[in-house]
Design a protein around this ligand. Structure first.
Ligand code: FEO
Length: 404
């Protein structure tokens, strides 16, 4: 059965959700699933915006067929040429051989790299700011390279002021009937996943998000239709403000994340002691993670939210323990900026972890290592003065940040 939902008089959601897929990009756990959104205008001309992942093709093609109701498909706008959105282009061209595929040079270059179907006669090449008139609706194309791939376009519908935002404003989490953010308890069920999606998928490209926003009529947007997750038709400044913070690497709050690696519990015990001292100093809602237990994407997301990060790890093979090395590599690769750090290394006969963490975190732009210490095997009475000083420094920095 089709699962089409009406958005405005001539615009329909024809996407689908997947709750079986274990990992997004075969990398990020998605325990609440994910939606792949696609939108269809039934105007004088018909225009579909993007397709969906192959995992939901059956439902999607049923939706498109039913929504078209026997009409032919005139245009397929390809805002993003990543396979979670373009897996059905070939099938749609086979079904609607006259369809015009709307994209830019990179779109069609990537199509030829992924697929084999000859689409030469279907290509409708657009340039920046071109407008496609489909009747009551006028689709204008803004290029948004690296949000999240180089070919990405954002489509702005001028009559109803609807932004089709590609991956921007997307989130992990399937949709079940309620396709609008204002129909959901967004803060409770989607905000953390929206941040995790942003930080891990688009986090590296903050400058490009800012560049794209500078082209758009942000004050004249009545609705945001992303490729994943709910549609925004109310409270648009709310999600814009989140994106402004995330894309400028500005913490949402003065708060603390503790990420540790621990082989036998001794490094964990040290950070538990530190956390206790911090709690006594008024630091609340400390977020603590074992890098061997929690998928790094969740830790990255919390780091994006909070101002301060403590990392603690043993030395392993004269190197940094791999779980911690992966987390720090990820944070650097994602271009983290403007955070304050404290470091605890642990070693039994030769120290490497502390130096490695210091070197990595000192490369973070706008970052500052507030305190750093090394312990031998386990925290002992001799270490208490140093770890207490670390707690004092961290607490003072967080509480000072809350005042400003
Ligand atoms: Fe949802 Fe960049 O693909």
């Amino acid at each position: 059965m089709h699962t089409i939902q009406s958005i405005t008089e001539q615009l329909y959601w024809v996407g689908s959700s997947d709750r079986r897929l274990e990992r997004f990009e075969n990398l990020f756990p998605i325990p609440q699933g994910v939606s792949f959104n696609s939108y269809l205008f039934l105007d004088t001309k018909t225009a579909l915006l993007d397709t969906v992942d192959s995992s939901v093709s059956q439902q999607y093609l049923e939706n498109v067929t039913h929504a078209l109701g026997g009409r032919k498909l005139d245009y397929l706008v390809i805002n993003h040429m990543e396979p979670d959105h373009c897996a059905n282009i070939e099938e749609l061209v086979r079904r609607y051989p006259e369809v015009l595929l709307v994209g830019n040079k990179k779109t069609f270059q990537f199509f030829r790299q992924f697929y084999t179907l000859d689409i030469e006669k279907n290509q409708y090449l657009v340039n920046e700011c071109d407008i496609l008139d489909i009747g009551n609706h006028k689709l204008q194309f803004f290029f948004a390279p690296m949000v999240h791939w180089p070919e990405v376009m954002l489509t702005y519908e001028k009559t109803e002021q609807i932004l089709f935002s590609a991956d921007a404003f997307g989130t992990f989490g399937a949709l079940g009937g309620n396709i609008f953010a204002d129909e959901l308890d967004f803060d409770r069920y989607f905000l953390d996943e929206t941040r995790r999606y942003y930080a891990n998928i688009i986090g590296k490209f903050g400058a490009q998000v800012q560049a794209a926003f500078s082209k758009l009529p942000l004050s004249s947007i009545s609705m945001i239709c992303p490729l994943h997750g709910p549609i925004w038709r109310k409270d648009i400044p709310y999600i814009l403000e989140k994106y402004e913070r995330w894309s400028t690497y500005t913490p949402e709050r003065q708060g603390l994340v503790i990420a540790y690696a621990s082989m036998y519990g001794n490094t964990e015990s040290a950070v538990q002691y530190l956390a206790k001292l911090l709690s006594e100093r008024g630091i609340h809602d400390i977020r603590m993670f074992d890098v061997s237990r929690t998928h790094l994407s969740y830790i990255v997301s919390e780091v994006w939210k909070n101002s301060h990060l403590v990392v603690a790890s043993p030395t392993y093979n004269m190197h940094l323990y791999s779980g911690m090395a992966n987390l720090l590599d990820d944070l650097v690769a994602l271009g983290l900026k403007n955070r304050k750090f404290a470091i605890i290394g642990n070693h039994t006969w030769a120290s490497a972890a502390k130096k490695s963490m210091e070197e990595t975190l000192s490369s973070v732009k706008g970052g500052e290592v507030l305190a750093s210490m090394d312990i031998r095997s386990s925290l002992k009475e001799d270490d208490l003065a140093e770890i207490t000083a670390m707690a004092d420094t961290l607490a003072a920095s967080i509480l000072e940040g809350r005042k400003s």
